[in-house]
Design a protein around this ligand. Structure first.
Ligand code: ADP
Ligand code: MG
Length: 273
């Protein structure tokens, strides 16, 4: 597919809803007829587990296998690692080997571009590739930002993320300057919103003030609901687990926003031509 869009779901803080967003945006896009590949770029392999593959140590191949093939310039089948989820998304799984791969990458020639090289070989088959990043700004995350067209930043509504956001913005700027000038920030997504507290409002206001002029804040926000955590334990998306939940509706709305932004991108690209 010539128009494949690669989005990194990134925030170096853990527990902000990156993995949950990757699953439910990914399945949401698949439900709208898009071909979707999810990439687990976290050695903790939460995404792989959330989609039902819990015994990650026994996976024959993982993202790490594919990255080492790129580094060694081997001609292997890029798709051999892909798992198919019953809700219509494909997955490149991960396990702890990715942690060792992070060290290997440091001294590799293709240290920042290995993931980009690998995903380029798969793009023709997909409309969207979503990369679930790990909670750090190390080599693997740099690879994700290098491979991506854009970034979605989930932000947890309970905390003022001031310092962490500055680091993330600096990293994104560096990646743009040195290796991926086209990298865009797709938008910031407020997650784990507890409607009962004023703090969410304060966080939104503070983010708007600091970043509102440069970064789009999604109109959809994701409420706190145990169903979100339960669906992960079942290896399902929120749509399959509890279609009428607030979280399900929120992720469906987010999916629409992301699809609309994709359409605008294409109009802009054709205007430019
Ligand atoms: P990250 O990938 O950024 O570390 P996760 O998506 O794994 O974040 O979410 C962190 C934890 O919060 C997980 O246990 C997850 O099941 C739970 N969680 C995610 N989104 C919600 C939500 N909307 N409501 C309640 N719990 C959630
Ligand atoms: Mg995660």
């Amino acid at each position: 597919m010539p128009n494949c869009k690669t989005i990194a779901i990134c925030n170096q803080k853990g527990g902000v809803g990156k993995t949950t967003t990757t699953v439910n945006l990914g399945v949401g896009l698949a439900m709208q007829g898009k071909k979707v590949l999810l990439v687990d770029a976290d050695p903790q392999s939460d995404l792989t587990a959330c989609l039902g593959w819990r015994d990650t140590d026994n996976l024959e191949e993982t993202l790490s296998t594919k990255l080492s093939e790129v580094i060694r310039e081997e001609n292997a089948n890029p798709a051999s690692v892909i798992l198919h989820h019953e809700e219509g998304v494909d997955l490149v799984p991960a396990n702890l080997d990715l942690s060792a791969m992070e060290m290997t990458l440091v001294t590799a020639m293709s240290r920042e571009t290995a993931l980009r090289t690998y995903l380029t070989s798969l793009k023709q088959h997909y409309d969207y590739i979503l990369i679930d990043c790990m909670p750090s700004l190390g080599m693997i995350t740099l690879n994700a930002l290098t491979a991506a067209d854009s970034v979605i930043i989930p932000v947890q509504a309970q905390y003022l993320p001031a310092k962490g956001m500055t680091q993330l913005m600096q990293t994104i700027s560096k990646v743009r300057k040195h290796i991926n000038p086209k990298l865009k920030i797709e938008g910031m997504l407020l997650t784990l919103v507890d409607g009962r507290t004023n703090l969410s409002r304060t966080v939104v206001d503070s983010l708007q003030r600091n970043y509102g002029s440069v970064i789009k804040m999604y109109r959809s926000t994701i409420p706190v609901a145990v169903k979100a955590a339960e669906s992960a334990a079942e290896g399902k998306s929120i749509y399959a687990y509890e279609p009428n939940s607030t979280v399900s509706k929120a992720y469906a709305e987010l999916t629409k926003e992301v699809l609309n932004d994709g359409k605008k991108d294409r109009v802009r690209a054709s205007d430019a031509r």
